[in-house]
Design a protein around this ligand. Structure first.
Ligand code: MN
Length: 227
């Protein structure tokens, strides 16, 4: 018997300064990773156990026109540093974690905040609030071999030329090496994994037609429009 299937659609990200593309395996995200953001969401910052969730790999969105999702009246932006892995592993020590990183970009963890609030109230999963189609617009990836490993880069988001989020990545509660260490205790990390490292304060609504510009220092820039 022969089955007819559509060809697989591999997800890959452009690499700054290269014709090659970075092949994506999974997309991991951490929540509540900047104290001021935890406070603006009405919680107390703590460093007990990191909160992880996933988005589907094909939630990554590379076009500059981002489709506004249905089923929400409160779509929020969360600008985040994005790290991608060249090597995987389990129980990766903090001191060796950055050796696993291929490079860095900047992305938006788009969130249906209304659905997330309902999920929090009822103790339900976050998938429909976080893992919808095109919920993860992301920039091209700058290889660490060219850009280094940023430790205190500024991270910003402007919407319609007004600054909404403006912080620095050294304010993370769980810095990237610790995120990688903690993730690798829960999953076997693989080359191709993409990590959204949490958002600073200033999250807020996006409307159709809004233009956004996200930056991670000189390392990455993402510009687009909600359509
Ligand atoms: Mn987030």
């Amino acid at each position: 018997m022969e089955f007819m299937f559509p060809p697989p659609a591999p997800i890959s990200l452009p690499i700054v300064g290269s014709d090659q593309r970075f092949p994506v395996h999974r997309v991991y995200c951490i929540g509540r990773n900047y104290s001021e953001h935890v406070r603006e969401m009405g919680d107390a910052p703590e460093r007990s156990t990191p909160i992880f969730f996933m988005k589907p790999a094909d939630a990554l969105w590379l076009g500059s026109e981002v489709p506004f999702p249905g089923a929400t009246h409160d779509l929020h932006h969360e600008v985040e540093m994005v790290a991608v892995l060249a090597h995987g592993g389990r129980e990766i020590p903090v001191a060796m974690a950055l050796e696993h990183v291929f490079g860095y970009g900047v992305g938006l963890d788009l969130t249906r905040r209304d659905l997330q609030a309902l999920a929090k109230q009822s103790g339900s999963p976050w998938d429909s609030a976080k893992g919808f189609d095109a919920s993860a617009p992301v920039s091209a990836i700058c290889p660490a071999s060219a850009c280094g490993h940023p430790s205190n880069a500024p991270i910003t988001l402007e919407v319609n030329d007004k600054v909404r989020q403006d912080s620095r990545i050294d304010l993370m509660i769980w810095p990237l090496p610790e995120i990688i260490h903690e993730l690798s205790k829960l999953w076997t990390l693989q080359a191709g994994d993409v990590i959204f490292t949490g958002t600073p304060s200033g999250v807020g609504p996006l409307q159709r037609g809004d233009r956004f510009r996200a930056t991670l220092g000189d390392i990455a820039r993402l510009e687009g429009r909600m359509v």
